[in-house]
Each structure stands twice: as C-alpha cells, then as structure tokens.
Design a protein around this ligand. Sequence first.
Ligand code: 5AD
Ligand code: SF4
Length: 458
Amino acid sequence: MPKKLFIKTYGCQMNVYDSARMTDTLAPIGYEPTDSPDGADMVILNTCHIREKAAEKVYSDIGRLKPFKEKKTAEGEQMILAVAGCVAQAEGAEIMRRAPAVDMVFGPQTYHRLPELVAKATREKAIGKSAVLDTDFPLESKFDLLPEESRSQGPAAFLTIQEGCDKFCTFCVVPYTRGAEFSRSVEEIENEARRMVALGTKEITLLGQNVNAFHGEKSGREIGLGDLIRYLSEIDGLERIRFTTSHPSDMADDLYEAFANEPKLMPYFHLPVQAGSDKILAAMNRTHTADEYRRIVDRLRAACEDLAMSGDFIVGFPGETDQDFAETLRLVTDINYAAAYSFKYSPRPGTPAASSELQVDEAVKSERLAMLQTLLNEQQLAFNLSKVGTRMSVLLEREGKRPGQLVGRSPFMQSVHLEAPSRLVGSIAEVEVIDAKANSIEAKVITGEWETSVVDAA
Ligand code: 5AD
Ligand code: SF4
C-alpha cells in the first residue's frame, strides 16, 4: 500500500515547484500525493515568510492538523508532520519550541535529503526524541541530487532556473531564506523542460527570485534569460514560455529581443517596482529610479506593442509620506497595469527596514493600500474590457466550477472561462472574448487542435 502524502503550499510559485519536487523525492520511498490531510501518513507545510500573515497562518494550520495526527496515532499508525520552506528556514528552532506536534523542519535548499530526514524522524520519534531539523545551506546543490520528475505538473508547469537573491532590498527576507543567487545549468534546464513536455506540459513558467539575473553558458558563450528563452523555444511541443520574477536593474538586451522576436514568449511581464518615489526606492535599496523603470517599460512596449504589464507594490514603507505615496499613484497611472499585487509593508525580523524608526501607522497603510488597489483594479478591468471582441489563444488548464466550464489562461495571463468538453483540458484553443470582469474574462471557442471534437460534443 502506498503511503499518503499531503502537501500544503503557501506563497510564491517557487514553492509550488518545490512541492512538486518534494513529491518526486518521496515517490521512490513509497509516498503518493493525496488531497486531504485526513488519514495522510505525511503532511508537509511548504511555507512562505515574505509577509507576517503568511507565517502566522502556518502556526494556525499546525493547530488544525493536530486532530488528524492524533487520530492516526489512535489507529496505531503515524503521521509525520513537517514544516518546510522559508518559515522553516527562518524560524526552525522557534517552530520546534512553539509546535511540539511537528516532526521535521527543513529549508528550501535541503529537501533532496527528504528520504534520510524521514528515516531519521521515524527513528527519533519512536524513542520519543524531538523533531529533526535541517536548515543548512549545503555545498551540494539539490538540483544535482533530485530524482527525475515522477509526474506531470499539468498543461502549465513551473521550472526553477535560478534561485536566491543578492539584491538585498531592505524589506525582503529572500536573501536570508533562499540564500545567494544561483543559476542552474542550461543543459539541466533544457533536459528538464524536454521531460516536462514529454509528460504533457505545453506551457512552462521559468522561475527565480530574480529570474533575469539568470546567467549560463551554451556552446561556449555566456547567455542570459532572453537567450535561454530562445533555446527553449526550439523544443517541439512546448508552446508557451513565461518567466517570473524580475528586477528592473537586471534588464538585458537579450530579453527585449526575446519579447520582440520570440512568439512562444507570452506578452505578459511581471516587473515589480514596489514604489514610485525615488526617495523610497533608494531607502528600499532598489538601485533604480522611477523614471528608469518608466523607460524600461517604454522600451519593452516598443519591442512588444501589446505587452501586459504587471507589478508588485508595497505601501507604507518606513518614511513614506503622502507625497511619496502620490508618486506611486502617478507611476501606476503612467504605466497602466494589466494586473498587479500590492501589499502593506510588513517588518520582517532581521531585515534593515524592520528596525527603522520611521514606521508608518497601520491605519495610514490600510488607507493607502485601499487607494492603490482601487486604481489598480480599475486598470485591470479596463485592460480586460479592452480585449472583448478580440481573438486569442487559450491554454485550457482545468475544469471550472460550473458543469461544462473550463478554465484557462490567455497569453496576457488573464483567467479565461469558457464552455468546452472536459477532455479538452491540456489543449490550446482559439477563442473570442465575449465578456470581461475585473478578475477574469469569458470567451467562446472558435477553433482548436480538436475543432472536430468540439463539433462532436455539441
Ligand atoms: N512587506 C510587504 N511586502 C513585501 N514583499 C516582500 N517583502 C515584503 C514586506 N516585508 C512583497 C514585494 C515583493 C513581493 C513578492 O512581496 O512586493 O515583490
Ligand atoms: Fe527580495 Fe526580490 Fe529584492 Fe531579491 S530583488 S531582495 S527577492 S524583493
């Protein structure tokens, strides 16, 4: 009987990738994924430490899991409860102290050691010892030691090509939890992409904390992210490529060229700016000004006319005045985003900005966030509405909530709802957009690889 593995993933896409790879690591020792913690032999919480709320959620989830663990023990079996990811890296010892139900704690760079950790935790538990902790930054790279993918991530998959960050933005925990910037080899990435496509994936999102810092070597030549995208485009069966997340200071010519010339690179760019005031950008150690960001976006749009821009914003960074915040609104108005993520500044322990004496009042942060989100939502709705009546290709990713409904992604990253038979999940459809809301668009199928099957189904 296979053992049941339940993984809950918090936070960013890199955690989604890591969770898939944890599943691969545990497959050879008999664990198969399940979709409920009830009855699971192992539960892994793959955590995020980027903002305070994310970490707090982990502790309440541990509390919620306790009854399942007790039930398992009462049945004479064992449920191994593990905390992984960035909270584990940042607060490993604290978790062990605060949550005795936890059996294993390991960080983002050591999950290739999972089989050993499981054996150790099982042994130590049997003799009543405390949890097993592994938050090293090992010399060996997990990527060299992970087994090949045991299952497909689905039509749209994530592939980590770069990890860690050397930018040290003063608000951010990533350089501490994920470690120094590191790029995987081009060969390794190409092989993994090929295997993903062989398993049925049509779209790959290349991941990295600062993915446009990616650098590698191919045919004796130094290459960057844009070149890598060009090489990956040569893989037959890989239809779409995306990447995230980028830093404006690492924009290179090859990436502009990829947007201009590479049809498989989707016209959507998530380029966080965080703030529109040069004073705040400097205090954040972002190493660029608001105007430099504007010029980058101008050049991108010159390369790819119909480019959907997305960004990240932080409001209420220490020292942010009304005037500074007005600069953020001005930048948003100038750029005109198709999507965006915005957050209240959350002081993270150990980061420089957390000890600033210029912390902004919570109520002011909330007020600014509401104003910013109103503007961003208006822009997102306007972008979605601008696509009504146009045609585009949609990768059908999964079944929707309503019977007969499928959900997919447009080239611009919009969530698309349409009616089509469920066997078409995994295909790319040509659609016409018929309606738009703030968070999704509705479309009807015109043609697809399966055109005849759609007719059959009707
Ligand atoms: N407080 C609020 N938002 C943060 N982010 C990162 N650190 C913090 C923090 N301390 C946001 C940034 C980043 C995104 C992933 O999370 O906008 O781009
Ligand atoms: Fe964090 Fe991104 Fe800044 Fe790196 S570039 S420190 S990951 S916000």
